[in-house]
Design a protein around this ligand. Sequence first.
Ligand SMILES: Nc1ncnc2c1ncn2[C@@H]1O[C@H](COP(=O)(O)OP(=O)(O)O)[C@@H](O)[C@H]1O
Ligand SMILES: [Mg+2]
Length: 222
Amino acid sequence: MLILKDLSKSFLIDQSESRIDVLNSLNLSIETGTTVALTGPSGSGKSTLLNLISGIEDVSSGSIIINDQMINRLSQNELCKFRNQNIGMIFQFFNLINDLTVIENISLPLLMRGINKKSIMKTVDNLIDSIGLRDRASYTTNLLSGGEAQRVAIARALVTKPSIILADEPTGNLDKKNTTNIIDILIQLCKENKSTLIMVTHDNDLLSKFDKTYTIESGKIL
Ligand SMILES: Nc1ncnc2c1ncn2[C@@H]1O[C@H](COP(=O)(O)OP(=O)(O)O)[C@@H](O)[C@H]1O
Ligand SMILES: [Mg+2]
């Protein structure tokens, strides 16, 4: 279960004393395993909300509770560990390490956990089949198309079976065919792992694929 309680976030404007309020006492509860599409106008705070949930940004006030743990009370070290164990992230521009291969990119989160290479390979091998990139497995990721690169990023985010996947406009840069393919793979893998998915999108055609849709406006969930 993910609970956002009276969550507020404001940013200082440059070096001045004034702040802009982006999120304003936002409340939202999401049951584990639910797939959620998050929409809202540009600048409404969608990326900010994902950054708060992942702990990349600090909250201004309120709380974020993930599986009974209040993550905004964790130290930087605890937060890094929590993120590696509980959260997977997918971005619009993939954020892959382009001089590593497909296999190496997907393996990274498990290598960081110190898991032995043999069991890593078994998990990664299965995922490579799920994303349909068997014939690209030893390519460096700079050689991949956008759709292929995003499938690698999905596999990397899911390889640790995190309880929450955060995806910020993952199809924002892809054509329609790749978009459908990516969303179908992402939702299927999240359902298999019983991971909660929160995906930001502007594409209304995709909303029916999700269990729930929420819209942010004026700092709150509508
Ligand atoms: N680090 C930051 N410092 C100052 N303002 C920021 C920062 N990050 C985001 N903002 C502002 O917060 C608002 C929401 O941004 P964002 O969450 O990126 O919106 P969205 O993803 O919905 O388009 C915007 O007005 C943006 O300029
Ligand atoms: Mg954004």
